[in-house]
Write a protein that binds this ligand. Structure first.
Ligand code: BGC
Length: 382
């Protein structure tokens, strides 16, 4: 198969993986094959729905789906999120009141990172309290509304947007698990980026919401307390460490512009410490999950960043690497154990306990669609 046919196959497969695996009711399972991932995350789904909105907007329908199918799928996911949030309105209100009184959250009243397709919570032993997903969902919903020309919004969406935004505005300084579901006692800079973007998006969606003071406070906080001694963004407050998830602070969350010097320094350190030569991107230097391999979705995320700052060759190299890791059917994994940061023992142990690395990982496919739709890849889309 030549390169063009291979890219095309991965692109088609990416759309198919998303559309074929969407559950009745709108949820996107993170991976159709891995038991741990039979849940719909706000975060993964937000990027998946965004990828579909971008693809639909491009309108050059060369694939077997249709623009309507993409938009409809994203709409169903947003509807699912709105339902999940509205169904928990009383608990969320209690969280908001508690935060206003300066009291720590009661976990049972916070929103989970993921729910079952039927909207029910999963087992209690998961690090569910993560604020970034709700922020990223609001961002994705505003991007969807721009492209699908939906106003006026359904009342149920307006309720969920307002509730979610009030929740984030009340809770942004509360430590929570990060987007890798780790370090629950810290305040994470990438999480603050997602909250910032979510609040800004909520005002675009519901103009009576105004969070200018809160978003300005979040930005000030990040610049005052969220930097390393070297002037990069820090993984979490007080840590002299970067994490590849910091790309999100600029792309897409725009707390900083992609060419801001702080962002440039952060990406340079991610390149130095986390970009495995000739391979993908590690999450952070302490990663042991499946041995701490090279992540496909992060390579594509970094490509997205480079496309936004006009560094096309770097983007294309990352996309080409991601393409080289697809299987014969075009399925992309979450990560590859090549190279790993931790010992092979960790990899074997995770495989023993949880099964093989997730593949296809639907979020990886979403990042592939995004990177290609943003203009990356040696071949044009289509
Ligand atoms: C990742 C999360 C992701 C989840 C589902 C976890 O391993 O750390 O970021 O949301 O998988 O894809």
């Amino acid at each position: 198969m030549n390169d063009r046919a291979r890219s095309q196959r991965i692109y088609q497969r990416s759309l198919a993986v998303i559309l074929e695996n969407q559950q009745p009711g709108g949820a996107y399972l993170a991976c159709p094959t891995m038991p741990d991932y039979q849940f719909s995350w706000f975060r993964d789904g937000a990027y998946i729905a965004y990828a579909l909105a971008l693809d639909a907007q491009a309108g050059d329908v060369f694939h077997e789906g249709s623009m309507a199918a993409q938009i409809e799928s994203a709409r169903e996911f947003h509807d699912w999120c709105a339902r999940v949030i509205n169904d928990r309105a009383e608990a969320v209100e209690r969280s908001i009141e508690r935060a206003a009184r300066g009291e720590p959250p009661v976990l049972a009243d916070t929103l989970n990172a993921r729910y079952r397709a039927n909207g029910h919570a999963g087992p209690d032993d998961w690090p569910e309290f993560q604020l970034d997903g709700v922020g990223t969902w609001l961002w994705s919903l505003a991007e969807y509304a721009d492209r699908a020309h939906t106003p006026p919004l359904p009342l149920a969406w307006e309720r969920a947007i307002t509730l979610a935004a009030r929740y984030l505005a009340a809770m942004w300084q509360v430590p929570c698990y990060d987007c890798w579901e780790e370090r629950g006692g810290d305040i994470h800079i990438s999480t603050l980026g997602a909250i910032y973007a979510g609040l800004a998006a909520s005002s675009r969606l519901v103009p009576s919401l105004n969070w200018d003071d809160t978003t300005a406070a979040i930005r000030r906080f990040v610049l005052a307390q969220g930097l390393t001694p070297g002037g990069e963004l820090a993984k979490s407050v007080g840590l002299d460490m970067v994490d590849a998830n910091l790309i999100g602070v600029a792309v897409p969350h725009r707390l900083l512009e992609p060419d801001d010097p702080v962002m440039r320094r952060t990406v340079a350190r991610i390149e130095r410490e986390l970009h495995a030569p000739g391979s993908g991107i590690h999450r952070h230097l302490e990663d042991v999950y499946y041995g701490g391999g090279a992540w496909v979705l992060l390579a594509l995320w970094l490509a997205w960043y480079y496309l936004e700052v006009g560094e096309r060759q770097r983007a294309d190299d990352l996309i080409a690497w991601a393409e080289s890791r697809a299987d014969a059917d075009g399925n992309l994994p979450e990560q590859v154990p090549d190279p790993m940061l931790a010992s092979a023992w960790h990899y074997d142990d995770w495989v023993r306990r949880r099964g093989p690395i997730a593949q296809p990982l639907v979020w990886s496919h979403a990042q592939y669609i995004i990177a290609r739709r943003m203009g990356g890849g040696a071949q044009p889309v289509g």
